[in-house]
Write a protein of this length. Structure first.
Length: 134
RNA sequence: AAAAUAGACUAUCCUAUCGCUUUUUAAAGAGGAAAGUCCGAACAACAUAGAGCAGCGUGCUUCCUAACAGGAAGGGGAAUCUUCGGAUUCUACAGCAAGUGCCACAGAAAAUUACCGCCUUCGGGUAAGGGUGAAAAGGUGGGGUAAGAGCCCACCGCUGAUUUGGUGACAAAACAGGCAUAGGUAAACCUCACGCGUUGCAAGAUCAAAUAGGCUAGCUGCCGCAAGGCAAAAGGGUGGCUCGUCCGAUGCUAGUGGGUAGAUUGCUACAGAUAAACAGUGAUGUUUGUCGAAGAUAAAUGAUAGGACGGUGGGUAACCACUGACAGAAUUCGGCUUAUCGGUUUAUUUUCUCU
RNA sequence: GGCGCUGUAGUUCAACGGAUAGAAUAGGCGUUUCCUAAACGCUAGAUGCGGGUUCGAUUCCCGCCGGGGCCA
């Protein structure tokens, strides 16, 4: 089991990012798990055929005005995703969406173990087999 | 030895596991402020960036510097202390002796002043005294006078030119002028001196899908042998205005490239840091030695665990709990400003102890 | 990353360097009404922070702190 997170797993395509935050979009779905707001697109039509999903992490400047705080939060979220992701990419689980955006909506800097638990809960919701109907 | 003030330096450390970015594949990987963007430059583009005006900035002197509104050393001024010798701290500090404006309330009067008063030969003279005010026409004392007044004199102040000292700001000396220089304000307009082309790496360069259809060159009616002029100068560019300068309708024909997404580059090695010696009061400079090397791009430099070290609180103590200053590169440097738990060190002052 | 602008009552705006900082609206109290609304009267409430220039600063200058805008 590899816990890698290379640059190709980052979402850098501007058009996809624009379409993620476009209002009243058809392809974008949304899900709230405190302290995250998760936006996702199931099929990446701009760059099809990628093995790993591409993710984006965002911490609003309005709540955390200092760059140091935003950096630590983004690093904690990234590590939580990196360490949890391989546990949900095994046989018997559903495929993760192609494009994911994690927007931090909490107002305090949460510790790492809490972020890890919430990230596991999010990924569990995406990959549970009986969730296909919705 | 302790405390205070000022300056300089430093900016928690180690191990393990799992990772990220760069690339020379076995190494490197946040700061003193990386911050604010307040100044100054490098670098780059715009080719007329030319002339005048306007505008903006700076404002005691000399020096340092690539440059600066930064720094150093001085000069003048102010405040505090004083053993009256001076010391410390601060200082946007050119010009109201060119013009214009403004000066509330109080006060007779706020700037070519004249209400009360004083004197009077009743025409007038005068600014001594008058409660105000931030500011009231050099100050104090004496003489003088009808009453007064630099009207006259002494000392102090002011102004002017001279000499001496200093690179200079300026200082000192002696001389002259009764002082109409008439109060304050230039972080009021303004004047004077000096400086400033504009835009900022989202500058710019190279490669280059899809979509769209752009760009360049030539031709055009009239006058003239021709050069050229008129139609055709409205309009636009050149930071604002004027001059100057460049482009300049529509249509037809011919040719073909421009450039968005994206990628590469600019992109990290020098106005570097530091030690010693020398020069200099100093900022700083020179020589020699040593050392250093982030380069990401929806943006890496980390996460977790353990230990050490430091801090705060509790406890007689062992120890326990909490916690790790301010803060995160974005083209690069030099400064300034602001934030900052601590530690090291230098200088000065004060207090205490010992000799 | 770079470059402009801006800050006054709870809100929207005023105010030549002269102070008791004004107006509308919102708030509170009262009058009127059987009660409420409207109307009328009274009332509390502010110059973002720190320095400087000036006799005097919301205004002028400097430094911080906010807010908002432009540049692909």
């Amino acid at each position: 089991m590899k816990f890698t997170f290379s640059k190709s797993e980052r979402l850098t395509h501007i058009k996809i990012i624009d379409s993620l935050f476009e209002k009243d979009s058809r392809i974008v779905e949304e899900r709230f798990v405190y302290p995250f707001r998760v936006l996702y697109i199931r099929e990446n039509t701009f760059e099809p055929g990628l093995e790993q999903p591409q993710i984006l992490i965002s911490v609003p400047k309005r709540r955390f005005s200092k760059a140091v705080d935003r950096n630590t939060l983004k690093r904690r979220i990234r590590e939580a995703y990196r360490l949890n992701k391989p546990h949900f990419q095994v046989e018997g689980k559903l495929k993760l969406p192609d494009v994911l955006a994690f927007v931090y909506i909490g107002s305090t800097i949460e510790p790492s173990d809490k972020i890890h638990k919430k990230m596991a809960a999010i990924l569990d919701k995406f990959t549970l087999p009986n969730e296909t109907a919705n």
